[in-house]
Design a protein around this ligand. Structure first.
Ligand SMILES: [Cu+2]
Length: 355
């Protein structure tokens, strides 16, 4: 804040020369400025003048002070600009003298400070903050979305990804059509997206940390664990394995592919030391079967035999179109075991991941 004593007066043009001479009014005011240098709270003394319509010289004397105490002290001491002007009242245009105390709403000093802060913000902070912000946003988007997609899985993730893509396109379209969209709209969209991303990521991370009931054959579920109750007849992870056979789900035999839980030629996870029985169903027209290769990573020659101790085979070992059967496996060693259809050994393959 700045406090200003403003003195306005007029001098007839004919008196101007006299006022400017040594000892004249204007000369004395100039002297007065030097006298004020170093006075407590003094900022500046300015004298400006202009010629008005009547040919008089309008003079404006501003004395600027840092606080109102300094200004009051100045005004109650002599000499001050007002007493100097009054001492020369004889040369002034009659009744032209006005003395005003004013308060600056925004001082030049604070204006300059604000300006400096503004340019610092533009020159230094924005060029750093914007790329960093964009980078952080991109990392959050990549990391967060991948966690969310993994956690949702399957068709839900596809639907979400499609929805997000459409949303991005709609927003891009909107802002492209409205290049003068107010900043708060853009900031609002960014804020909502950031909050949604952060929330989704947090949710996915929390869900991920919770123990999940593993469904037989490795189908994973996002359902809350059911407090030790076996899901689909399969003991939960933390329960000791037992020898009861369990339903591993349905392996579909197509022309010519395997399909399991929506995945073609799938990788199926299987619990260690546990007998797991899959249903197999030939939904194609060609003949198919399933042979799991042995621990020596080889297949039986030709068509497998159910009951072969060294490798697992679908029962029956040949399924015609629309036939159904079973495949029972049990592994006492973790690892990845390949399986195939003996009749389409190159096209129909998959793995059992034992862990
Ligand atoms: Cu086949």
């Amino acid at each position: 804040m700045e406090y200003i004593q403003t003195i306005l007066f007029q001098i007839p043009a004919s008196q101007l020369e006299q006022a400017s001479e040594a000892g004249g009014l204007l000369a004395q005011l100039d002297e007065h400025r030097k006298h004020l240098q170093g006075a407590g709270g003094f900022r500046d003394l300015r004298i400006t003048r202009s010629i008005n319509n009547e040919g008089n010289v309008l003079v404006l004397v501003e004395t600027r002070w840092a606080d109102d105490t300094s200004l009051v002290r100045y005004e109650t001491q002599e000499p001050n600009a007002a007493t100097i002007v009054r001492a020369h009242e004889g040369i002034l245009v009659r009744d032209s003298l006005q003395v005003l105390d004013m308060e600056a709403l925004r001082t030049e000093a604070s204006f300059r400070q604000a300006e400096a802060a503004e340019s610092a913000r533009e020159r230094v902070i924005l060029p750093i903050a914007i790329p960093l912000g964009v980078l952080a946003f991109a990392l959050l988007a990549i990391y967060g979305l991948s966690r969310v997609y993994l956690e949702i899985g399957g068709d839900g993730a596809v639907a979400l990804a499609a929805g997000l893509a459409i949303g991005v396109l709609l927003f891009a379209f909107y802002f492209a059509m409205n290049p003068r969209a107010p900043g708060w709209q853009i900031a609002g969209v960014i804020a909502i997206v950031a909050i949604a991303l952060a929330g989704g990521t947090t949710w996915a991370l929390i869900e991920e940390d919770e123990p999940r009931a593993e469904v037989n054959g490795g189908e994973q579920t996002n359902d809350e664990p059911t407090d030790g109750e076996p899901a689909d007849g399969e003991p939960a992870d933390d329960e000791p394995a037992d020898d009861e056979p369990s339903a591993g789900g349905l392996i579909i035999l197509g022309d010519n592919f395997f399909e399991y839980d929506g995945a073609r030629n799938p990788d199926i996870s299987v619990p260690l030391d546990q007998e797991v029985t899959f249903e197999v169903e030939n939904r194609g027209t060609a003949i198919h079967n399933v042979q799991v290769n042995g621990t020596d990573d080889t297949y039986a020659v030709d068509v497998c035999e159910p009951g072969d101790a060294s490798r697992f085979c679908s029962d029956p070992s040949i399924l015609f179109g629309s036939d159904t059967g079973t495949l029972t496996v049990q592994f006492d060693e973790a690892g990845t075991y390949n399986f195939r259809c003996d009749f389409h050994a190159l096209e129909m393959v998959g793995t059992l991941v034992v862990q």
